[in-house]
Design a protein around this ligand. Sequence first.
Ligand code: NDP
Length: 266
Amino acid sequence: MKKENKLFAIFGNPVTHSLSPLMHNYALQGLNINGCYTRYQLKDPKLFKKKFLQLGLVGINVTVPHKEVAFKSCDEIKGIANDIGAVNTVINEEGKLIGYNTDAPGFFKSASSFGEIKNVLILGAGGTAKALAAIFRKNAIPCTILNRSQKRLDFFIQKGYTCFDWKSFKFQTYDLIVNTTSAGLQDNNLPLPQTMLKEIFANAKYAIDVIYNQNTPFLQLACEHNLMVKDGSEMLLNQGVYAFEIFFNLLYKEEDIFYFMQKAFA
Ligand code: NDP
């Protein structure tokens, strides 16, 4: 008897740049699963649930700008996604959409391999910063949010995080500095004025830029200060591994999924 072909996708807009189809298809193929992972450009966020069900998908990942819409469209939210207000992984359980966030644990696994982290400074206050702040709090690691402007800090202030904008920033020592802004993605900008960043790096141990496959100005400056650095590739890989585990209800070993998915970065 032929096994049912399972269909997965990533929803985003735009979605052509995403590495997720390559990562998941390597894993499906390597683990000999009858399935396929494609991409779907969702233009109208109101159609999130309808399209998911219409396309007969078993599970999806969600990327910019639909992570918050996905959160609101799910019938049930599990785990840390409840604290973040955004999901990047959704499965269909008998017609009900169940949402998860694997960006947060994916990032945390990547950061943890540096060694002990006593405190963190997060640059930026967008969706990724929310995910990171939630996972550090869950792991009892104090984190401070520093953003260019005040408005987006309100979310973090309401949740009791220490927050600064550029003007109000009071320097302290942080082990890990994370860039979650898009500065450096398509330009040569630093996420913070250079003098401020130099002072912060002079007293830090580690730096991560969530932008992947790029040696950004942020990472270059961190290297000049002899910090241990990482880009966002491991975060991307780990979130994909955790999503795959959710798609298949932990049927496959984490290290096996990782082994096949990392081929997408070769
Ligand atoms: P958002 O658009 O939600 O947030 C953007 C934040 O960056 C805001 O706080 C904004 O500040 C700040 N910002 C933007 N440009 C600058 C600049 N030039 N200088 C200083 N601050 C700036 O972004 P996301 O959280 O959705 O994504 C951010 C990055 O994370 C993207 O580069 C994305 O590619 C990456 N990412 C990587 C993942 C991975 O797996 N590796 C997963 C998810 C995201 P203000 O409020 O003042 O406007």
